[in-house]
Design a protein around this ligand. Sequence first.
Ligand code: NAD
Ligand code: ZN
Length: 348
Amino acid sequence: MVVDIELKKEDDRSYKIYIEPIEKIEVEGKCAVVTNPKVGGLHLNYLLPKIKAKELYVITLPDGEEYKNFESLNFLLDRLFDHKLDRKSTLIAFGGGVIGDMTGFAASIYQRGIDFIQVPTTLLSQVDASVGGKTGINNRFGKNLIGSFHQPRAVYIDTHFLKTLPKREFAAGVAEIVKMAVVFDREFFDWLLEADLSDEEQLRQAIQKAVKLKARIVALDEREGGVRASLNYGHTFAHVIENLTGYKNFLHGEAVAVGMVMANELAKKAGLITEEDAEKIKGLLQKHGLPISYEIEDAKDFYTQFYLDKKSQNDKITFVLPKGIGDFVITDGVGESDVIEVLKEFEK
Ligand SMILES: NC(=O)c1ccc[n+]([C@@H]2O[C@H](COP(=O)([O-])OP(=O)(O)OC[C@H]3O[C@@H](n4cnc5c(N)ncnc54)[C@H](O)[C@@H]3O)[C@@H](O)[C@H]2O)c1
Ligand SMILES: [Zn+2]
């Protein structure tokens, strides 16, 4: 026999992303703000008075990608029990993507899931990591291999925080903005060519546009069954570069910048993008002080590294390639020899 379980339609997980100076964040029950010493030291005095909650706690995790692990997660969960947070409580992730991913993951499993709110403080997390509900931690087998999909209740994007962000971190966020423009929106790309992102209003406009693009893709494909993979443009190459350099020489966004240049070379070979457009993309990355090259030691060795990436399904390597500027293709049909040829262009 067959027993059907008819579940009620999933509750509404839609949410608002506020891109404006934070005025007030109101939650019903208890609330814990999760941050790190750097962000907390710089900006808690700005945020805390704006939070209205029954009880308010601050939990501080160590700063850095190397702490995005089980130990920190466990520490965080323990503090939630210490403070007796219940199923009606809310977590607020206050920091960059590392804090956002860990806090979101903790919220998704604490007492089988509680609400959380994102208050991203890096450009990268404002335009990318805080939107879309991917959460997780790293382990010794790789990055983000343990995690869940858990959408935030709301996202508050306030450019005020970016004033203290180091230049390199800022540029790394710009790389993800360029990524979205190249794969989705030619007009936005052309606007970026002229824009001055040190101007607060123009920066806000760029963030707004990027967030809209990401939100649209997430709504279409929340669990990355298809079109959401387009956000991995540049990333197949970037992950290998990050691995080969032990995550030390390149910030993620910097590796993505190089990865996009590499993907463009492949796209050129496949007749998908013109030399002129590829140069425009390179120029925009350079304008923001992003790297556009990485000296590959050995093209064949680099190629085998693709297989270690979780995004390559079965034994095929999936590339996201730009189709002109403003469109893309996702393909696992690129021949090995073509890829190696491109990689050889980057060899010492
Ligand atoms: N969930 C997703 O969809 C998604 C998407 C992209 C990236 N990510 C994850 O995001 C992480 C990278 O995020 P990130 O680039 O924000 O790095 P991060 O969180 O490590 O922040 C970078 C550095 O900037 C500091 N910082 C943060 N805000 C600051 C501020 N306002 N002023 C001064 N310093 C500040 C941080 O303390 C840290 O030292 C990675 O772990 C990546 O896997 C997740
Ligand atoms: Zn990225």
